[in-house]
Design a protein around this ligand. Structure first.
Ligand SMILES: [Zn+2]
Length: 333
């Protein structure tokens, strides 16, 4: 969400010299968007944003509440997540789930409706209040690190599209380790940097989202991270019914618009909430509207939805999907 408060904000950047995963310093540039540079660590392969917005300015980038599309649009995703979680529930076992960084709380509300015991957390107090007002759900406020000392370990904990935003990767994972019972499970989703989307759409895929995505995982680097924190992968997929077609679709749209309207890199920052570019985006928004007769527009839109879904499925089948969706178990020792 671009707000008037963030429009005038001058972003302060800090250089990230060491790899957040292995602390290695040798890295090569793999992508540049405007002045934001992604580098790949030559030791472990993790891709990181090498110049990121200082932590003090994060709230300005994210705003108060994280905008989410309508619940109905996300229902296939909620169903799919629930089905994955249910595979690991033993007969007679209580269905209990904790979501770290639960956004607008709608997945928790959905699970609760299906008879699950739910709990969760959000960083900002305004999100916590919004979830209470909307769903009557009382969740906890704070970071994973804040919770680690207070909350009893969980049998099943999820965090979706969180890891790519985390500033202190090992602190976060150490907290997760503390928050999960021995033998307990975590369910994770992150964008996949090894996805075919990167090859097909280059800088136009929203897998690169600056300045919010500060690191990007492949199945290999994610496994390295989990291993370092005593988790072992027990199930891995590469398709999410809502995110995967959506990411492909966005790639098609951006690529098309970029060539039609001669975008420069600054336009690509529009999905980020970078205040500096907000004015630019607003000024150029007009240009990105195609004036087409309604039936042709509808037909094009349907074609786009169908082909994006088909391509996302195909990518996942060849293990190059754009979302890594995995369940990992914490070691019992
Ligand atoms: Zn590394």
């Amino acid at each position: 969400m671009i707000t008037s408060d963030t429009k005038e904000l001058a972003l302060e950047l800090e250089e990230v010299r060491q790899c957040p995963l292995c602390s290695g310093e040798k890295a090569v540039t793999v992508q540049q968007l405007d002045r934001f540079i992604y580098k790949k660590c030559l030791d472990c392969g993790l891709v990181r944003l090498s110049n990121r917005v200082v932590e003090e300015q994060l709230s300005a980038i994210y705003g108060d509440a994280y905008p989410q599309p309508k619940i109905e649009m996300r229902l296939p995703m909620f169903n799919s997540r629930k089905a994955i979680l249910e595979r690991f529930i033993k007969p007679g076992q209580e269905r209990r789930f904790f979501e770290l960084g639960c956004g607008d709380g709608s997945f928790l509300a959905y699970l609760q409706k299906q008879g699950w015991q739910v709990d969760g957390s959000e960083y900002s107090s305004s999100s916590v209040a919004a979830i209470a007002a909307r769903f009557g759900l009382t969740i906890r406020q704070g970071s994973a690190e804040d919770l680690a000392g207070q909350l009893a370990p969980q049998s099943m904990l999820g965090f979706y599209h969180v890891l790519e935003h985390v500033y202190h990767l090992h602190d976060f994972m150490a907290a997760v380790e503390q928050l999960v019972l021995p033998g307990g499970l975590i369910h994770i989703q992150v964008p996949n940097i090894a996805s075919l989307d990167i090859k097909l759409f280059g800088k136009y895929t929203k897998i690169w989202t600056v300045p919010q995505h500060v690191q990007l995982f492949s199945p290999d680097t994610l496994q390295q991270l989990l291993k370092m924190h005593s988790f072992e992968i027990v199930k891995q997929g590469m398709y999410d019914p809502w995110y995967s077609p959506g990411i492909v679709r966005e790639g098609f749209i951006r690529r098309g618009q970029a060539s039609l309207f001669k975008w420069d890199d600054q336009r690509l920052l529009c999905m980020g909430v970078s205040g500096e570019t907000a004015n630019y985006v607003t000024a150029n928004e007009e240009k990105s509207r195609l004036s087409l007769p309604r039936p042709i527009y509808k037909l094009l839109k349907m074609g786009l939805y169908k082909s994006s879904e088909a391509l996302a499925h195909l990518e996942a089948r060849f293990n190059r999907g754009n979302v890594i969706d995995l369940v990992a178990r914490k070691s019992v020792i």
